[in-house]
Design a binder for this molecule. Structure first.
Ligand SMILES: [Zn+2]
Length: 293
């Protein structure tokens, strides 16, 4: 199917009380693995081009990869520009056909962040794309510290910018290699109440335990979880195992193809964990009842 819009995917997910993963892509093999995993889990998925991937591979190439995978996928696939700091990157992504863009004014003062986000949102709307912004600052493990999102500011921000999705800082941190994030659920609930028509996003989803991710989604507090580190760890561990087991290997295609089955399995588990409605026995029974009526 053609590329899906982020807003459409998130609206449906919120209504259904499940979460959607925004998966950080670094190349063809992981992108392909993620879409195959999404098909197996019968979940929508968001393929994300982040700053690291863009520095390594030109954005138009990533855009073509995402569109190609979406076109042949049996589930909705959105292509998303992650953490654009300025409008030039937004324009380039929209020209490349991305169905969603994130403008990151999180290090600016509130008024400046609102102004930049409004301009990005206008460009996105003209191109028929969705827009995500960030308020507060999601910090980095062993890097810049977080600034928590203020619920009142979040309400004002969403009302003035009309964004489809808002990334918030409530104890989540980028690049965590363990499940150590402690989420401030009270603050999150206040933000959700103040931004009723906007899907909330947690960057640093790798640091959040899977049952907590599922609960936050089921309570309709968070709809999109950005996940990168967790799957990069799977890749790194798989690569070490593969090379140890195949010391004579030197062919890139052979090696990377050999890693894909594990990538698919692990990714499928992450995606399925965000929508327990697909696996809960009573949900399945409900589904059976509704199809037999
Ligand atoms: Zn992020």
């Amino acid at each position: 199917m053609p590329l899906a819009g982020l807003a459409d995917i998130l609206t449906e997910a919120r209504a259904g009380g499940y979460g959607v993963a925004g998966l950080v892509v670094q190349g063809w093999e992981d992108a392909k693995s993620y879409v195959l995993a999404a098909e197996q889990a019968e979940c929508p998925v968001i393929l994300q081009a982040g700053p690291g991937a863009r520095a390594h591979t030109p954005l138009p190439v990533l855009g073509r990869i995402f569109a190609e995978l979406a076109n042949s996928a049996a589930v909705p696939v959105a292509s998303h520009l992650d953490h654009a700091k300025g409008l030039d990157e937004i324009k380039q992504a929209l020209e490349c056909g991305f169905s969603s863009v994130m403008i990151d004014g999180s290090e600016m003062r509130l008024a400046e962040n609102i102004e930049l986000t409004c301009r990005a949102a206008e460009l996105a709307r003209l191109a028929g794309a969705s827009v995500e912004a960030e308020l507060g600052f999601v910090g980095y493990a062993e890097g810049a510290a977080s600034v928590m999102t203020d619920p009142q500011e979040a309400g004002q921000f969403v009302a003035e910018t009309g964004v489809d999705a808002l990334a918030v800082s409530v104890g989540n941190t980028h690049l965590q290699t363990g499940k150590q994030a402690v989420i401030d659920s009270g603050r999150l609930a206040e933000i959700a109440a103040a931004t009723a028509n906007c899907a909330l996003v947690l960057h640093g989803g790798s640091g959040i335990a899977a049952p907590l991710r599922a609960r936050l989604a089921a309570e309709r507090l968070v709809t999109k979880f950005n996940i990168g580190t967790e799957l990069r760890q799977v890749f790194g561990a798989g690569l070490r195992r593969y090379l140890a087991a195949n010391p004579g290997s030197f062919d890139r295609v052979e090696i990377l193809s050999g890693l894909m089955p594990d990538m698919i399995t692990e990714c499928r588990a992450i995606l399925a964990g965000l929508r327990p409605d697909r696996t809960a026995p009573d949900a399945q029974a409900k589904k059976l009842r509704s199809t037999s009526q």
